[in-house]
Design a protein around this ligand. Structure first.
Ligand SMILES: C[S@@+](CC[C@H](N)C(=O)[O-])C[C@H]1O[C@@H](n2cnc3c(N)ncnc32)[C@H](O)[C@@H]1O
Length: 296
């Protein structure tokens, strides 16, 4: 059954057909994927269910919507219609944030554009001493975020704070100005003209995917606000489109309030997130001073 399902998924253009067929079968049989070979096989009802889910996947419903969960670092998050499905490449940005946060015993970490809470909840789980603030605007995404936050808190992780707000608001999180140790953001960043895959087009909310005409419409105000929110020496990590490996570091350098600007590749070696440190004096250098540092 799994082999046949994998063949059908491959015919439908699914990129990892065998893995997805196994994950669907494991979900229907309610066993971990690694124990699939030991399972007894489908009952008639399970087989019906398997075929129904297979048809929906062939119609390009995301696997994570079918199973209702998405794995992210050490978490299993609830996802479904109205929220962006967290991606493996974002695990790297979250991991970078965790590593930077470790330098302090009680870091203040902010996750802008939080979606399901993947980044914020990973930081809260991996850095129990952190205060984590997650900001999201979409009411539908906020429902998923609050549900995941409540589930993780019930499981014993440090509770996060959820703020419903627009990250492009110049007054965002005014009470935290100059205090944030690590600010992370996976914003909508795909340029409007890009044709995305059917899984994305039909199921990830547009406002989670597209970042205006050039893909930088949310990134620009986020960089400006990060420069206000971060303490001197505080750190910013921001995910971007793979065509923006020069543009986003360029925006960070051009702001003048960041140094040690670097870009980082994802697991497929494509440019994926930029990081920078808020200048120790927190100020833009005086006119005429050279201030573009370390961009790679
Ligand atoms: C690419 S998704 C990232 C979600 C999550 N951080 C992750 O990595 O899976 C971008 C998120 O930003 C939210 N968003 C878009 N524009 C926003 C804005 N102006 N203010 C707050 N959230 C926004 C979307 O609703 C979406 O949940």
């Amino acid at each position: 059954m799994v082999a046949r399902a994998a063949w059908a998924l491959a015919e439908a253009g699914i990129e990892a057909p065998r893995a997805e067929a196994e994950l669907l079968a494991a979900y229907v049989l309610d066993v971990p994927r690694g124990r699939l070979a030991l399972a007894d096989g489908f009952t008639a009802a399970q087989l019906d269910r398997f075929h129904t889910l297979l048809d929906r996947r062939i119609a390009r419903e995301p696997l994570q919507h079918l199973t209702g969960t998405a794995g992210f670092r050490r978490l299993e998050l609830s996802v479904g219609p109205g929220v962006f499905v967290p991606r493996p490449e974002t695990e790297l940005l979250a991991g970078w944030g965790v590593e930077q946060g470790r330098r302090r015993s009680h870091p203040l970490v902010v996750d802008l554009c939080s979606g399901s809470g993947a980044i914020a909840l990973s930081v809260a789980q991996e850095l129990p001493g952190a205060r984590v603030v997650a900001v999201e605007r979409s009411p539908a995404a906020l429902d998923w975020l609050r549900r995941n936050a409540a589930d993780r808190a019930a499981a014993g992780d440090t509770p996060i704070e959820v703020v419903a707000a627009d990250v492009t608001d110049p007054e965002l999180l005014a009470e935290l100005v100059g205090r944030v140790d690590v600010l992370l953001c996976n914003p909508p960043y795909v340029p409007r003209s890009v044709v995305v895959s059917p899984d994305v087009a039909g199921h990830d909310p547009d406002e989670a995917v597209f970042g205006g005409v050039d893909g930088l419409a949310v990134i620009r105000p986020v960089i400006a606000r990060a420069a206000e929110l971060l303490r001197p020496g505080g750190l910013l990590g921001i995910e971007h489109d793979d065509t923006h490996g020069t543009a986003v570091p360029g925006l960070l350098s051009a702001d003048g309030r960041f140094e040690a600007v670097e870009d980082h590749p994802d697991l497929t070696d494509r440019p994926r997130f930029a990081t920078a440190s808020h200048r120790a004096d927190g100020q833009r250098p005086a006119a005429g001073t050279a201030w573009q540092t370390g961009s790679s």
